[in-house]
Design a protein around this ligand. Sequence first.
Ligand code: ADP
Length: 477
Amino acid sequence: MYLTKRFFGLNLLTVLLSIGLTALATVIFTAVYTKFLGREVYLNEMKRMFEVRAGIHELARDMQKLSFDQLLNPAVQQDLSLRVQAWGADAVLLKNRETVFATKPFNQIDLEKGLLLTDGAAEGETMNFGGHAYFFEHVPYALPSDGSGVLLLLSPVKLNLGFYKVLFLFAAGFFILTLLLLNVWVSYRFSRAVILPVSRLKNAAAKISEGDLSGGIAEEGEGEVRELCRALELMRIKLKESVYLQEKYDENRKFLVSSISHDLKTPVTSIKGYIEGVLDGVAQTPEKLQEYLETARSKAVLVNTMMDDLLLYSSLDLNQLPYHFEPCDLKGYFEDCVADHRYEYDQAGIALELAVELERPVTVRIDRERMRRVIQNILDNAAKYMNKPDGRVTVILRETRSSAIIEIQDNGSGIPEEDLPYIFERFYRVDAARRNASGSGLGLAIAKQIVEGHEGTIWARSKAGEGTRMILSLKKG
Ligand code: ADP
């Protein structure tokens, strides 16, 4: 609708502008023609012509008030002669088509013709008479004796039409040229506003249909075209998202299959080995049998944990698990978390502390269960990779202006610098940890996904041999 209106509006503007410009050009042309080129001032002639017309019209009205007999009076005729000549006109008085008085001699045939033409002619008409154009006034008189009298007032039209012809040609030419140029301009504007963007849209749509979703569609053009660009760009983004999601699904599926076949293979193979050992009678003493079965059981527990982690990781990766955020007091929440791990840490002989460096209560919006999983993974690692007799883990709570900072410090084995950038990747395990088979290699990857699900960040600082600091930043709620 907008474009239709705009199209009509522009076209109307073109016509109006052409008319306006032509009028202006005509005025300038006349001024240049008359003033600067010093040609005759035809405009004054035109004015004079109108004055003459008005003059002889008035004269005719005055004459009409007189009777025909009065007109035969030489004094009246004298006066009439003076008045018509003042206008550069002539007068002819006819009685029964016979000339009784004339300011100048006229051909009788022309007069006859003139009488015929002027009788009943409309006001303002001109008449061609003896090879000249005249304005005329026809004043009829009824004579007392049978017959008719006519006074013809004839004023020659002296207008030089040459200039007007030139002016007309100039104006017409100028109008057509302006209209053409303005039309070219309108077409150019229209093509920029509509045709170019539409052809770009066509190319973009063709690319999309070929499956290339990389190029963004710029919002250009006007009105409906702009809206179309926006709609197509939205469609492209949605399509790209769904393609991305589809790819992610596929990748996830492959990842699950490959990790099940790769990472789960080792514990499953050893379970199989131990059970075969039992069946083949390799474990001959009850203690040996107990040990074999115990090992097989712990491997089965590990497989179970790995399966759980795998499923959790892939669900998080596909955003399949909704979060239930709720405001939560930071200090209270971490006191609970620390308390949950106290027993396990005591058993392992590791000191666990909570250091609250907050000046006032801080609230965070978190999914309590999910966040508990993050803290559990970090605290489990801190205990798992502890290699000092005086093991110590400290949970420190701090705040910045907009965030709550949670730091979990340990004095364990630490992480080599070259491994540090990768520990949040799935299945990444530092070599030393590989020897200790009790992890899935997904703990920190899961932690990172959950923290990012809270729009927070997690990172690590570590020095091999000295210890590790895991740092979480969460938005204050
Ligand atoms: P894993 O199941 O192997 O613990 P994670 O994803 O939890 O997997 O951790 C990845 C790797 O990062 C671990 O294998 C370990 O080498 C290293 N790591 C994590 N936390 C610590 C820590 N507190 N101290 C030393 N190394 C750690």
